[in-house]
Design a protein. Structure first.
Length: 446
């Protein structure tokens, strides 16, 4: 009995530790957009305790020295920002602002090259769809190349700026632009720019001009942009996410640290009128099968189904009517997906003419499949020649009357034999198919 109690206590302790401990996980080889194959994920204590709880999120975009393949190079992103603090055990479990306690999700992506704003928006769509994020508390920061991504993303479109609750570019490598400054100011986006006073790589006047340009915009920002210029020399991540920016009275800063400064601000985005419970895209005999379910729908006419080959440029490929306010289960099959990567999303068509997008899903089909009959006419052996490895591909042989006369499952690459023993002379069609292959070949048996 004593041993049983000990075991029970250990099991309880194990589950308690898993429930309450924060985690920092390398997500190697996870494709989030066309130019990102991995990221680091930090989940706070208690993340899994309440399925309905949402968390603020920090996305920190590293510099050019941290670019990489998302797998073997991924640890480079631990060099700066909150990921560095987390890895060294310095990141606080929680922050208290205005009497309210907050815990952050922290995502640190690795890109293969400097991200375009469309690429970054696709990446953000992925993160928002895979984590329990408070959509009103999405915070963006980055260093050097990543700081430039901050400026360009929130400056290019009001749609992008309105997704972010506050932005902190550090030595941002993106030249100031009056139109972008006006977009940021009009969006009411809180800005905190940081830089060393002497930087021979990204000039300090970039940050000064961004902040001054935002504050001088024709439509003045509701929250004036701020900057911290450190009396230091060099191109480094000056902030390093200091935990006390007011130490020794050096700065007149409205919060103890940058984390608390971020949490002073939030958006006021409305909950979407459609509540999704599922959105999946799967392969089915060379086709893409889309399945989605909704728990409720308000003022929704239906869904445009959109597809893209790069996650940036989209086209409508079909339309599905709404099932009504109570929602339900939907499905659509893309009979002719693109060779290579296919990105899918749903565009809600609301009765008030508002357009809202679902999360994005990606699926990939081989773009170089070549299957032929090796020597034709054939004798008692059909030799199928393929340049791609087939896995559990079904070969169905039909006569010219459309009757199925033989079936066989094949695997492998190169020349794969299929026995024709027992078939009479005549013309036939071999239909070869699995999740990525759907080919029909005509051959003659003399």
């Amino acid at each position: 009995m004593k041993n049983l109690r000990s075991v029970s206590f250990l099991v309880f302790l194990l589950f308690s530790v898993n429930s309450f401990a924060q985690t920092h996980t390398a997500k190697r080889g996870v494709v989030t957009c066309p130019i990102s194959n991995g990221y680091y994920e930090y989940l706070p204590q208690g993340y899994w305790d309440n399925p309905n709880e949402k968390f603020p999120i920090i996305i920190f975009v590293p510099g050019v020295g941290e670019l990489g393949n998302g797998t073997t190079d991924l640890d480079r992103v631990l060099a700066h920002g909150p990921a560095n603090q987390i890895a060294s055990g310095q990141f606080p479990n929680s922050f208290t602002v205005n009497g309210q306690n907050f815990k952050f999700i922290v995502i640190t992506p690795q890109f293969t090259q400097g991200p375009w704003t469309g690429h970054f928006n696709t990446f953000l769509d992925y993160i928002m769809s895979h984590y329990k994020v408070d959509i009103n508390r999405v915070y963006l920061s980055g260093f050097s190349l990543g700081g430039g991504t901050c400026w360009s993303y929130v400056g290019e479109k009001a749609e992008y700026a309105n997704r972010i609750a506050a932005v902190v570019p550090i030595a941002g490598a993106w030249a100031p632009n009056d139109a972008y400054c006006q977009t940021i100011a009009s969006a009411g986006l809180p800005v905190l720019g940081m830089h060393n006073s002497v930087d021979n790589t990204v000039p300090t006047w970039y940050t000064n001009s961004w902040v001054d340009g935002i504050n001088a915009a024709p439509i003045a920002p509701t929250i004036p942009a701020k900057k911290l210029i450190y009396p230091l020399t060099g191109h480094v991540c000056v902030w390093s996410f200091d935990l006390n920016l007011n130490i020794n009275g050096q700065w007149d800063f409205p919060a103890k640290n940058v984390y608390e400064w971020m949490l002073l601000y939030q958006r006021n985005l409305a909950i979407l009128p459609v509540t999704y419970t599922r959105f999946e895209v799967t392969k089915q005999t060379g086709k893409a099968n889309l399945i989605w379910s909704t728990a409720q729908e308000t003022n929704n006419r239906g869904f445009y189904i959109q597809r893209s080959e790069d996650g940036i440029n989209w086209q409508n490929i079909s339309y599905v009517n709404s099932l009504g306010n109570n929602g339900g289960d939907y499905n659509y099959t893309d009979e002719h997906p693109l060779a290579g990567k296919n990105y899918y999303r749903l565009l809600q068509n609301e009765t008030d003419n508002q357009l809202r997008y679902s999360d994005t899903r990606m699926i990939e089909f081989s773009n170089s499949v070549q299957i032929t009959v090796y020597t034709n006419p054939v004798a008692d052996m059909l030799n199928i020649n393929t340049n791609t490895r087939l896995q559990n591909a079904r070969v169905s042989i039909y006569n010219m009357s459309g009757q199925l006369v033989k079936q066989q499952v094949i695997n492998g690459t190169g020349i794969i034999p299929v026995s024709l023993v027992g078939l009479s002379a005549g013309a036939y069609i071999a239909h070869i198919q699995n999740e990525v292959v759907n080919e029909k070949l005509k051959f003659i048996k003399p």
